[in-house]
Design a protein. Structure first.
Length: 129
């Protein structure tokens, strides 16, 4: 501890890691364990929109977070979570293609990244964490 001009200066405390919610399984976890996904289109206005993986978490725009697992992607696709989370207007821009995201998950799953086991509903149908 050091005193400087009558003020106590202490070491900065470690901030807690930011938490995010997976759009597939709805579990909260640290942002480092999730893959950020953003909506992108081609260069011309006629190009279709697609869900682009953003592993560095630096791409501009609204992002959605997902465990890097096929099960979470399937749940998110079934519930149309990406359309809601990314605020993608399918009537104006067309459908959101998830194939680039699927391809990224296939590539990363073969490189040894651990897969996530999403929670399963109990006999009453609720998901407990």
């Amino acid at each position: 501890m050091e005193v400087w001009w009558g003020t106590v200066v202490t070491q900065p405390s470690a901030r807690p890691a930011p938490t995010r919610t997976c759009v597939g399984c709805r579990q909260k976890t640290t942002a480092e364990q999730l893959l950020r996904v953003v909506a992108r289109s081609g260069r011309s206005p006629q190009d279709s929109w697609y869900a682009a993986p953003d592993p560095r978490r630096r791409a501009p725009g609204r992002g959605a977070h997902l465990h890097p697992a096929e099960a979470c992607l399937a749940r998110a696709e079934k519930s149309r979570a990406f359309v809601r989370a990314l605020r993608h207007d399918a009537a104006t821009y067309g459908p959101l293609d998830l194939e680039p995201l699927r391809q990224h998950l296939r590539e990363t799953s073969t490189t040894g990244i651990t897969q996530h086991d999403p929670p399963r509903p109990d006999e009453t149908g609720s998901i407990s964490s």
